[in-house]
Design a protein around this ligand. Structure first.
Ligand code: SF4
Length: 230
């Protein structure tokens, strides 16, 4: 399940120094994915599997200076019970706040994490309009269920939008408004063309277009706190 570990990160858990655990595999195929080593079997098959014991050992060595653990991927929730058991173990043995990055496609996993109070922060990437999820191999009805569970825990949630021109534009933002509205923390992040799955990177939006999207959301969901990461 685990194919990567970073001991110290200042950018993956807002406001915290964190270690990062990378799981492999994903049920989506976003053209802008930059974690292709963890997405495609031809790459990840050559990466070493890291045991839970090894990860816990690394984390224990860092307990004096890390303030949290981030689990990212790939898509961690595809691992279902194995992911739940890892998080349970991390909570019991380290008692550190845990953040999960997810595409929202496994509502039942998220439900258990929330109900059992195993998770402290969830960053969910909304990729495009509901109608276009099938282009990524995804099923928006599942993401919608996840969003429904998250609505009751908004203090633990960040919704992220990657400003990839092929998937997010005015039309997509408009159709996502009802799903964004309940959440108080929404981050707009840049897309990185340097390395991505499609192999034919699109030119990122110019700054003024990104600012226009930011303003659009600010005007339509004024209650939410918008975060600029572009
Ligand atoms: S959901 Fe994340 S890991 Fe999966 S393809 Fe999309 S960007 Fe890559």
């Amino acid at each position: 399940m685990i194919k990567g570990f970073r001991g110290t990160s200042l950018v993956d858990y807002p406001g915290k120094i964190a270690s990062v655990i990378y799981t492999y595999g994903c049920n989506f195929r976003c053209p802008y994915c930059y974690n292709i080593e963890l997405l495609l079997p031809e790459f990840y098959k050559d990466l070493e599997d890291l045991s839970e014991e090894k990860i816990i050992q690394h984390l224990k060595e860092r307990l004096s200076f890390i303030q949290g653990v981030v689990i990212t991927g790939g898509e961690p929730t595809i691992w279902g019970k194995r992911l739940l058991s890892l998080i349970d173990r991390l909570k019991c043995e380290l008692a550190l706040p845990i953040k999960l990055d997810t595409n929202g496609s496994n509502p039942e996993v998220i439900k258990i994490l929330l109900e059992e109070n195993l998770i402290d922060y969830i960053a969910l990437d909304l990729k495009t309009s509901p109608q276009r999820y099938s282009e990524l191999g995804g099923d928006f009805t599942q993401v919608e269920k996840t969003l429904d569970y998250l609505k009751d825990h908004v203090d633990k949630v960040e919704i992220r939008l990657t400003l990839y021109p092929g998937l997010i534009g005015e039309e997509e933002l408009e159709s996502l408004l009802p799903y964004l509205k309940p959440f108080c923390r929404i981050a707009l992040q840049k897309y990185l063309p340097e390395k991505n799955l499609s192999g034919i990177p699109l030119t990122p939006y110019p700054k003024e277009v990104k600012e226009r999207f930011f303003l659009y959301l600010q005007n339509h969901i004024p209650e939410s706190h918008l975060i600029k990461r572009f």
